[in-house]
Design a protein around this ligand. Structure first.
Ligand SMILES: C[S@@+](CC[C@H](N)C(=O)[O-])C[C@H]1O[C@@H](n2cnc3c(N)ncnc32)[C@H](O)[C@@H]1O
Length: 259
């Protein structure tokens, strides 16, 4: 049984730590974005101010888990960062025996994640692995979460990863895939880009921060269209992936392995 000690663990999952000022100072040359210690230290604040609806998605993951995660099963949090998705699910599954497998290839993230999960979950309830999810040996699972992770995986590796997740899922199990998407239509893309810019400004980011972060992410985070995601999920075996959340270009798709 998940030994979660904090009944408000969903809110602690997205709790704000230090303010994100990673791109606040002018850089002579903007280097590619990395999930390093400087980012990990401010990550909850960065996610909350950069992803419209992040807190909603995180808390709803707990609701989705109630539906798809039976007692005695395993859940994967892939690209777990600081474990926000795991904590949200665990807070809703306190009566069930669930094994959380949290994987991230950033040591800065997993070191901090270990402390965070350790504060809320019993040691036997989770396993934290610092590894590349594209090389992971999956065990049978009831649910897998890719919360804004697939966009950082090389495009040519995405289909194979989804296929391996599909194979690992038990019948009736679910994958939740959250991503920033791009739009095939240029006018739609521009409209959404402008709204997103206002979202970032409204959340206190300066023009310099916005532009330097955009440059840093350019080669590292490669969004697909929603259609590409849905087609890829179907090719992996998920018969009816459904869009359950969207805010501007940020979406979350639920893909169930039909019995
Ligand atoms: C945007 S963050 C995910 C946020 C997190 N899932 C949440 O809901 O708070 C993307 C994470 O994926 C991790 N990541 C990127 N590529 C990875 C890979 N190939 N294997 C494992 N983790 C990866 C990064 O280190 C980073 O922590």
């Amino acid at each position: 049984m998940a030994g979660i000690s904090d009944p408000n663990a969903t809110s602690s999952a997205v709790a704000t730590t230090r303010r994100d000022q990673v791109f606040a100072q002018a850089q002579t040359q903007v280097v590619d974005f990395a999930f390093n210690a400087a980012v990990a230290d401010v990550f909850p604040d960065m996610l909350r101010r950069s992803i419209p609806g992040y807190e909603t998605i995180i808390s709803q993951l707990g609701v989705l888990a109630r539906q798809y995660v039976p007692d005695g099963s395993r859940v994967y949090d892939l690209g777990c960062s600081l474990g926000a998705a795991t904590l949200a699910m665990a807070s809703q599954l306190r009566q069930r025996e669930v094994r959380y497998v949290c994987v991230d290839n950033s040591a800065a993230m997993t070191e901090r994640c270990a402390l965070r999960l350790g504060r809320h979950l019993a040691a036997d309830d989770f396993e934290l692995i610092c590894a590349d999810i594209t090389a992971l040996k999956f065990q049978p699972a009831s649910m897998a979460v890719l919360n804004f992770t697939l966009q950082f995986i090389a495009p040519e590796q995405r289909a194979a990863l989804l296929q391996r997740i599909y194979q690992a899922l038990q019948p009736g199990g679910a994958l939740v895939l959250s991503e920033k998407i791009r739009f095939a239509d240029a006018a739609q893309q521009q409209q959404i880009d402008e709204l997103y810019l206002e979202f970032k400004r409204a959340n206190g980011y300066s023009e310099l921060e916005i532009s330097q972060k955009r440059t840093a992410l350019e080669k590292v985070m490669l969004p697909d269209t929603l259609e590409t995601h849905l087609t890829r999920l179907k090719a992996a075996g998920f018969a009816q992936p459904v869009l359950w959340f969207q805010s501007f270009s940020f979406v979350s798709v639920l893909a169930v392995k039909i019995l």
